[in-house]
Design a protein around this ligand. Sequence first.
Ligand SMILES: C[S@@+](CC[C@H](N)C(=O)[O-])C[C@H]1O[C@@H](n2cnc3c(N)ncnc32)[C@H](O)[C@@H]1O
Length: 256
Amino acid sequence: MLKSILNTLKFSLKKGNAKILIQKIRRRIFDNSNNVVSPGILNWLNKNAVDFNKFAEDLDPELWNESKAFWHEFKKQAVTKLESLPITLGGPGIYPLLYFIVRYSKPKTVVETGVAAGFSSQAFLKAMSKNGKGKLYSSDYPYFRIKDPEQYIGVLVDAELKNNWELYIKGDSVNLPLIVQDVDQIDIFHYDSDKSYDGRENALEITNSKMASNSLILIDDINDNSHFFDTIQNKNITDYSIFKFKDKYIGMIGRL
Ligand SMILES: C[S@@+](CC[C@H](N)C(=O)[O-])C[C@H]1O[C@@H](n2cnc3c(N)ncnc32)[C@H](O)[C@@H]1O
């Protein structure tokens, strides 16, 4: 506990970090919509969810097999690497599907929020490397309760894939406007960082100007609050999919 307080203080003294810390504390205290989801929305998610194995297999069975093989291999390496670290990072995700989506749609530009150990980053970069094109822009900020947290962001990403990777670590509200300035168009936007309603809404607003009619938006943990449901309803979106993975849901806006 004392160690974690000291690390937080040390983190906040570094240039630019106090802003991140204040933002995080403010969200925790004032964002009441965080983690509030009605049984009606959970029911809607459950009713509309499709099996992502079947979804991918129907589109391209061979590519889906390749995606599962990627995940099988990477998972083994990731477990070994993460076990050797003094901290716990990341959680389960729908990584073979992320790899599949990139292999299938061959995007030029992918933007993601939330890196942590880098499961999703590695899935995107590996698929882009296999495609022979594509660049990944990632936004994160360090877990400030641990010592020198920057070194752990994206530890699972292969060194040889980093040429096509731009990593920003000052938090979404700082990083995303910079990323938006840097790219012509966002082909895939994967949101997996600040899980609050406002965090999701702000990120979609910031990136909106670079989304095209055929862009895809993927949002993790849409069962946390009503943000995905509200977006679909308020914008009359008809092209969307919901995938269930273990006890959580991932939303996709757009058509693959
Ligand atoms: C669930 S983890 C991401 C997991 C990652 N996508 C993967 O597949 O391994 C969430 C990450 O988002 C970061 N995060 C939380 N709030 C953020 C914010 N406002 N801006 C940027 N990153 C944030 C956390 O520090 C953490 O690294």
